[in-house]
Design a protein around this ligand. Structure first.
Ligand code: SF4
Length: 213
C-alpha cells in the first residue's frame, strides 16, 4: 500500500468511527489487565460474560488473591484455558503487590515480566490504559496487515514494526482498534466482506469479493 492509500485508509476508518474503544469491559487499569490476560484465544464476548461475575467479587490484586486458585477458577471456568490463566493471574497479582504497590506498571519491561502477559497484552495495556501509540498484533491485525498490503510480514512482530513505521502518527493511538474492529466485522478471516468495505479503494488485496467502486 502506498503512503497516500494508507492515509486514506485511516482517514476513512476514523470518519466512520472517530472514537473507537475496546470491546472488553473494564473500569480500571487492573480490570483491563485481567480482561486482556483472560482474552488469549477467547472472544471478548466470552471474557465479558465471565468478568461480569468476577469483577464485582474481586477487582483488586488483593481481592483476587483472596479468592484463591479454586475460587478464581470457578469464576472463570467458562473461558478457554482457564486453569493456566487463573494460575498466571494470581502470580501476576502477587507481583503487583510485592513490586508495584498494587498498581499496574506503565513500562513494557515491567508488564512483560508479569506471568501470562506477553508482548501483545503489554501493547494493549500500554495503548488502551496509558494512551501509548503501541500496536498489539492479534490474529485480525496480522491478517489485515498482510491481506491489504498495509504491513506484510511473516511474524506478528514484523507486522507490528511495519505498522508502527507506516501509520501516520496522528492515527497511531486509535489504529489498533480500527484494525481489530475492521478485521472482526468486515475483513473477516474466511471471506472478507469487500462489498460493504469502506476502504475497498485503498486495499491491495488481489482476490477481493467485490469490484472497486
Ligand atoms: S476490500 Fe476486502 S480485503 Fe480489502 S480491506 Fe476491505 S474487506 Fe478486506
Amino acid at each position: 500500500m502506498k503512503k497516500e492509500q494508507i492515509e486514506r485508509f485511516f482517514a476513512t476508518l476514523q470518519a466512520a468511527n472517530p472514537r473507537p474503544v475496546t470491546e472488553l469491559e473494564y473500569t480500571s487499569v487492573f480490570e483491563l489487565l485481567c480482561a486482556v490476560l483472560l482474552s488469549a484465544q477467547a472472544t471478548d464476548v466470552g471474557v465479558n460474560k465471565a468478568t461480569r461475575r468476577l469483577f464485582p467479587v474481586a477487582n483488586t490484586p488483593q481481592q483476587m488473591l483472596d479468592l484463591g486458585l479454586e475460587g478464581l477458577e470457578e469464576q472463570i471456568q467458562t473461558i478457554g484455558l482457564y486453569r493456566s490463566k487463573a494460575k498466571h493471574l494470581l502470580q501476576t497479582c502477587r507481583i503487583l503487590l510485592d513490586k508495584h504497590g498494587g498498581q499496574v506498571p506503565r513500562t513494557r519491561e515491567a508488564l512483560e515480566e508479569l506471568p501470562g502477559v506477553g508482548r501483545k497484552t503489554a501493547n494493549v495495556v500500554l495503548n488502551v490504559a496509558f494512551g501509548e501509540p503501541t500496536m498489539a498484533v492479534d490474529t485480525h491485525i496480522f491478517r489485515l496487515g498482510n491481506r491489504t498490503g498495509l504491513a506484510p510480514g511473516k511474524t506478528p512482530l514484523e507486522v507490528e514494526r511495519k505498522l508502527l513505521k507506516r501509520i501516520p502518527a496522528k492515527y497511531l493511538e486509535d489504529a489498533h482498534h480500527w484494525l481489530i474492529l475492521h478485521g472482526r466485522y468486515v475483513c473477516t478471516a474466511r471471506k472478507p466482506h469487500c462489498e460493504r468495505c469502506a476502504v475497498i479503494d485503498c486495499c491491495d488485496y488481489k482476490d477481493k469479493t467485490a469490484a472497486r467502486p
